[in-house]
Every structure is written in structure tokens, then in C-alpha cells.
Design a protein around this ligand. Sequence first.
Ligand code: 1QQ
Length: 393
Amino acid sequence: MKKVITNTILFATGALLVTGCAGGNAGGSSSIPIGIGFAQTSNVALLGQDGINGVKIAEKYFNDKGGINGTPIKLVYQDTGGDEQGAINAFQALINKDRVVGIVGPTLSQQAFSASPIADRAKVPVIGASNTAKGIPEIGDYVARVSAPVSTVAPNALKVALKQNPNIKRVAVFFAQNDAFNKSETEIFQKAVLDAGLEIVTVQKFQTTDNDFQAQATSAINAKPDLVIISGLAADGGNVVRQLRELGYKGLIVGGNGFNTSNIFKVCQALCDGVMIAQAYSPEHPGEINKTFRQAYKSQFKTEPPQFSAQAFTAVQVFVEALQALDKKTKISSLQLPQLRTELNKQLLTGKYNTPLGEISFTPKGEVVQKDFYVAQIKMEKGGSTGKFAFLK
Ligand code: 1QQ
């Protein structure tokens, strides 16, 4: 039988945390596997890619600093694709085949509602790094998130839009009705609009898989809005923006968290200009760790780090610092994998973390506690193929 060299991953085989593997110790270094379940294919990869970039920087950053008290971490990737089944498959592989200590992911809340319960039942801690719909931490005791919920983030964009144009009265709302996060976000937006004393003049629905939005855009324009708020993902949402502008809409546009990637620039190009999006991260956030993260990101990707990258970095950081704290109490190499997963879950919920997002902690349910939020506006360069998120607040 061919000897499989799995020596780089601790706990690759047995229950006991020992260095080496089933095929014997092949003599390499050992490491602690943390699972990454993000979308690397499908349209959702427009969003998942930012997460991947963030965790790669985290892996190098924390291993350069000595990993878990001398033992490096090793990120193990499984592509979730864009749907529920892909996320379920990825999580099952991470839990049963890769035998990770915990999982960062999946990309969408829509996927989390299917895949995270599987990890919860297997007692494997999950940290959502981009799941912002209502109800994510409530999936179970093993599910937490570092991505602040839509209820805290989204209304900030409306406030800043009203500051930029105090004459806004009539609001058109668009949302993708086949996606849990977008349904959750539009509820929050619509409530914020009504709470601000504005009128919702039309609500237009679409699917994240659509690419023709002429009918909805025409109806919305006919309702004469002075603000359009869109809850969609990057590919569909970017196309809604493009088609609204092509049909002549001139007012402000607020996009939701699904717009929060520079990958949207290639979808709406020059017509992305001016779209406002609330942020749970600013590259300008003070503090040493964000400075180092930002520098590493800029030198590797030649652009400012986006929110999803910062959140993904933070999720890995939470696992790393919780593992370090746990290891100081009880050597983690003395724990069996099920016990380690359970102890890690308890530990991570009690910690305080000084991250690129600022200082964060968790409620006992696993909801992130975070202080600072921002709003950015897309500024496209002449020609319309490159642009940036300009921070307003
Ligand atoms: C969610 C989101 C998406 C925009 C993540 C990419 O916030 O699905 O919860």
C-alpha cells in the first residue's frame, strides 16, 4: 500500500493529538488544522475570494509569531461553491476527513443555515466571517460569528445617505428573495426607512441567479424614488445598479453587504460610482494588528484590505488566540479531538480579541460584540474598470 504522507497535519488520523500520522511519523513538522469553508467557485466566489485572501494573511501572520505556543496552524480549504449542498459537502469533509479543530465559514448565511447545523451536531466550533443574517448564532452552541449582524451595520448607510441628500423622501427597495441574508437585510433597511419618516414607494424582488432586471428597474424608476436601496449579492446586485443607471436613474443608491467587494467593479464598472455601502471594518482602524494586516494585504494584493478579508483574518485570529489560551491551561496535544473541539468552543466564547476590526468579544450565544462601524462610497476611476471604497464615516 502506498504510504500517504500526511505528516504536516496533527490529528489527521486517530483521536489522540499526536504528531505524525497513520502512515507513521514521516519526519516533517506537525501543525494544527483549522478548516476554511468559503466559496471559491460560482458567482459567490466574488465574495468568497476576499475571505480566502484574509485567512491566507492570517496563517502567515500567526505562524510567523510562533503559532500555538510553538506549533504552527495549517489552514485546510474546502470549496463551498455558491449553494447549500456545496457548503454541506465542504463542512462534512472538513469535519470527518480533514478532522479540523474548528471551521471558518461558510460565505453566505443561506449556506450557514444548512451547513452550520451539521458542525453544531458534530460539536465542531464554527466562526462565521461573513454571515450577517438574523439568527446565525442561534443555530447552535457551536456557532459564533465575527461578522456583525445586518441590524447593526445596514442602517448606518441610510443615515449617511440622508446626510448627503437631506431631501430624500421616496425610497425604492430591491431585494433578492431567494437568499436568507438578503431577506434579513431588506427587513432591516425597510424598517430603518420607515423609522426615518420616509416613504417606501415600491419593493422590487429578484433572484440572485437573475441577470435581467429591466422590468424591476423600469417599475422602480416609474415610482420616482430619490433613493434606491438594493439587497443582493455582488453579481446580481451589481447588475441591478448597472441597469438602473442605463435606464436613467440618477439618484443615490445604497447597496447592502453583498456589494461589499471590489469584485463588484467589474460588474457595474463606471456605473458603480457613488454606491454607498455600510462597513464593519475600516483600513484606517488604529492599532498595531490592523496596521500589520493592512501592510501585508497591500503588499500582496496592491489594494486596501476589504471588510470580508478583515473579518476572515479575525476569525482565524479568534481560533489561534483561543487555542493558545487553552493550551496554556491544558496542553492541547494531550486532548482527544472531540474534547479539544468542545474546549476550544468554550474558550473562544470567553475571550477578548484585539483585532483589525477593533476589540471584539462574544455574547454567550456567539454573537460578536464590536464597537466601530463605517460607511464607504464607491469611487470609480475614469474609464470605469478600477475604483475604490472611499470612507465617509
Ligand atoms: C450573508 C452576507 C453576504 C453578503 C456574505 C458574502 O452578509 O450571507 O450573510
